[in-house]
Design a protein around this ligand. Sequence first.
Ligand code: ADP
Length: 315
Amino acid sequence: TGPTIVAGEILVEIMASERGFGFLEPLALTGPYPSGAPAIFIDQVAKLGGGAGIIACVGRDDFGTVNLERLRRDGVDVSAVSVSDRYPTGSAFVRYRPDGGRDFVYNIAESAAGRISLTDEARRLADGAGHLHVMGSALSIAGLKEIVAYAVKAVRARGGSTSFDPNVRKELIEGADGAHFAALVDDADLLLPSGDELLAAAGLEDERQAVAALIARGVGEIVLKRGADGSTRFGADGSRTDCPGFVVEEIDPTGAGDCFGATYLTCRRQGIEPGKALLYANAAGALNVTRLGPMEGLAGFDALDRFIAGTDRAK
Ligand code: ADP
C-alpha cells in the first residue's frame, strides 16, 4: 500500500510545427506542453486512479505553473516539488525529422530540474510510498542520485516495490556509471526496457540469454517495449507473453514509453493480471502517440476501454 512515486525532471516541451532538420533557421513552434519522463509517468498513474506523487524542482515561472497545474488537476501529490527562485523550469525543444528521427535542444542541467535535492518534503513522500519508479535520468543528475538512494531504502523498508526504466543511451551506462546502473537493475521488481536496452542491461547480445541472466540477478519481471509492434512480458517463472500493438497513425512518439510503463505498473498494483495489464499498456502507449504533446494523450480506464474496443491490432 501507499502511493506510487517518481523523482526527476519536470520540463516543458516545445516542438517545431513542421518536420525538418534542426533549429538553424526561424520556424514555427508549438507549446509549451507539460513534459519530463517522470511527470508523464506519474500523471498517467493518477489518471488510472492510482495514488501518485512526484519529487521534483521547477522554477517560479509560467513553465513551472503549466506543469504544476496539470499534475494537480490530475490528482498527483506535488507537495515534494520545490520551486526555485534562481533557476528557470527546464525545457526541451524537439524537431521531428522526415524519417521519424528527432533533434533535441535541452535545457536541464542549468535549470531547476538540475538543482533537485533531497528536501524534508521529499523524505516525507518517500517514507509513505508503496512503490518507487526509477528512470535513466537518475544516473546523471547528482541530487537525484541521492533522492533515489534514499527512496529505494525507504520504500523497501515498508515492504514496497520498485521499477526501473533504463531510458539511457548506451554510452552513459559504461565506465563510471556502470556499477550504479547495475544496482538499479538488480533492485527492480519490474524492469521496463525498450529496443536494445534489454541487451544493454544484461550486457549480452541475445534476448533470451539477457532475460535469463536478469531474472537470475533478481529482477522480478521484465516488460519489453517494442514500439508499433507492441510489447512482451517475461515472468520470473520463465513464462513469455506477447501482446501485439494497436494500429494507429503516429503523430508524436514522445512519452509513449512512460505512459506504457505507468499503465502496466498501475494495472498490476490494482491486481489486474499480466496479460490484461499488457493490453491496457499497449493501448495507452498507442493512444499517446496519436496526440501532439507527451502528456496530451494520457487516458483513464474508460477511454482505454473505448480505444481497445474500437482499434485494430497488428497481427
Ligand atoms: P519508448 O518510448 O520507451 O522507446 P516505445 O516506443 O516502445 O517505448 O513505446 C511504448 C509502447 O507504446 C509500445 O510498447 C507500444 O505498446 C506503444 N506504441 C509506441 N509507438 C507506437 C505506434 N507507432 N503504434 C502503436 N503503438 C505504439
